[in-house]
Design a protein around this ligand. Structure first.
Ligand code: ADP
Length: 460
């Protein structure tokens, strides 16, 4: 029997079908077995009666003056042939004398059963199904063998079979109804818990995330509840991080926008053209700061590990990438009197990276180096194997104290040497880009003093 349940069927119906179908099949099998047993038992009882009847007929066969005859008074014969329910037919026949008494009867039929000198079978007479017993018995001393055939209609057997079946089936049906009702109730109660769980999950929102209590849930549900609670925990942490980020971003954007508004006001109120030019230049600087901040915020959202798609990764020579990115900074370095160089001993190594993001991380490190190092400082970019492929940016500036290193890689955190144009996002972005590539970001001391930044990446 195929007990598979189509997809999408409710759990209740699924359980019920899985339980009810085998139960019904068992019940049907049990019914068939008890019907067979009832019939067998009824046959056994009434076959015995047929045998006794044949025996008592055999005892009435006597030998008189060379002939064999049945001594059965007419009243006894009538009583024998008709009872309240069934009709009885018999025939007595001698092996030498031929028909002694009775009438023509069938000698073969279905459901035959042979027991020594006794044989049973079923055969119909005048349209009525009858059970027959054939008994062969010797009649000493003449050496004749008498055959007695007795048949009876099956009404009493049928009634007994029905009564036995009713006695067996009735309690079973009642039991099945009660068991079914009990099973259904249990299924309903248990699935109501699932329903309650889905309602509490559905009613949860981004702001009302809360763990689910598995107190009255079945043991089998506990792993699911634990997994859901772990997911809710992660969602809650992510929601909190986003809220903090948005609040911080809004706060950071307000500063350049307030400055912008003041400077625009100043420009409008300027009395002379040179004064107005100076004010408009300040406006432009404020717009550039706001634009940089907006770009860095966008970059942060791109660098988040969850937002990182492997599709953006390209096999890249880290040497080429670091060299080209550093080269673009040469004019600005010259402008602020900083000696920017690329370490010739750098290695060529292939990595699978989002090249635009890695270039942004290098840009942030060089932007900082030019911001925080004094004139005539040295800034060197290198690619080394430590042992993983690593981009190193080293400078001879003031460096970052050990205790501040954990802090400066957090979003919007700024250090002691912070300059007014910063956003507090540069190192956070470099750190998150490293993490998004399953790498790491390390702040150390440069050998001659100054800061050393390592962006370690996994080998392709
Ligand atoms: P921002 O430069 O906007 O302040 P960053 O995240 O880029 O933000 O840097 C965080 C802090 O780390 C800076 O405020 C600064 O104090 C310190 N810092 C970064 N780079 C250097 C560097 N090369 N030398 C010294 N201090 C640095």
């Amino acid at each position: 029997m195929d007990l598979r349940v189509p997809v999408g069927v409710s759990l209740r119906r699924r359980l019920l079908l899985k339980l009810a179908l085998p139960l019904l099949a068992l019940f049907a099998l049990d019914g068939a077995l008890s019907a067979w047993a009832a019939r067998h038992y009824a046959n056994h009882v009434y076959d015995r009666w047929l045998y006794d009847s044949a025996q008592s007929l055999a005892q009435q066969v006597r030998l008189t003056q060379d002939s064999t005859a049945l001594h059965l008074p007419e009243v006894a014969r009538e009583m024998f042939e008709w009872d309240a329910e069934d009709r009885v037919i018999f025939r007595v026949e001698g092996s030498r004398s031929g028909l002694i008494a009775g009438r023509a009867v069938p000698l073969h039929g279905s459901n035959a059963l042979q027991l020594f000198n006794l044989r049973y079978f079923d055969a119909a007479v005048d349209g009525n199904l009858m059970r027959w017993a054939v008994l062969t018995s010797p009649l000493p001393p003449v050496g004749e063998e008498v055959t007695i055939v007795v048949g009876e209609t099956t009404r009493k057997r049928d009634r007994l079979t029905e009564e036995i079946m009713l006695a067996v089936w009735l309690p079973q049906i009642v039991l099945l109804i009660f068991a079914g009702g009990f099973a259904w109730r249990t299924i309903v109660v248990q699935t109501q818990k699932l329903h309650a769980l889905s309602v509490s999950l559905r009613d949860m929102s981004y702001r009302t995330l809360a763990t689910i209590s598995g107190a009255d849930m079945p043991e089998e549900m506990q792993p699911l509840i634990e997994a859901l609670n772990a997911l809710i925990g992660k969602l809650d942490a992510a929601a909190l991080a986003h809220r903090t980020f948005v609040a911080n971003a809004a706060h950071q954007l307000r500063t350049p926008l307030t400055a912008l508004s003041l400077q625009a006001e100043h420009a409008l109120n300027s009395a002379s053209l040179p004064e107005m030019r100076a004010a408009v230049q300040d406006v432009r600087a404020a717009v550039q700061r706001a634009t940089r901040l907006a770009n860095q915020l966008l970059l942060l959202s791109r660098a988040e590990p969850e937002a990182q798609s492997k599709a953006n990764r390209v096999r890249t020579d880290l040497y080429e990438l670091a060299f080209e990115t550093a080269r673009a900074w040469v004019p600005q370095a010259v402008a602020v009197g900083i000696d920017l160089g690329f370490d010739e001993a750098s290695v060529h190594v292939a990595v699978d990276v989002d090249a635009a993001l890695i270039a942004e991380a290098i840009n942030n490190l060089l932007d900082n180096a030019l911001k925080y190092c004094p004139r005539e400082a040295r800034v060197t970019v290198a690619v080394q194997m430590l042992p993983e492929p690593t981009i190193v940016v080293e400078d001879s500036g003031p460096g970052i104290p050990v205790e501040a290193r954990g802090r400066v890689i957090r979003r919007f955190h700024r250090g002691d040497h912070a300059d007014s144009a910063g956003t507090g996002l540069g190192l956070a972005i470099a750190h998150e880009i490293a993490l998004a590539h399953a790498g790491s970001f390390v702040i150390a001391d440069a050998p001659g003093g100054g800061a050393r930044f390592e962006l370690r990446l996994p080998l392709a």
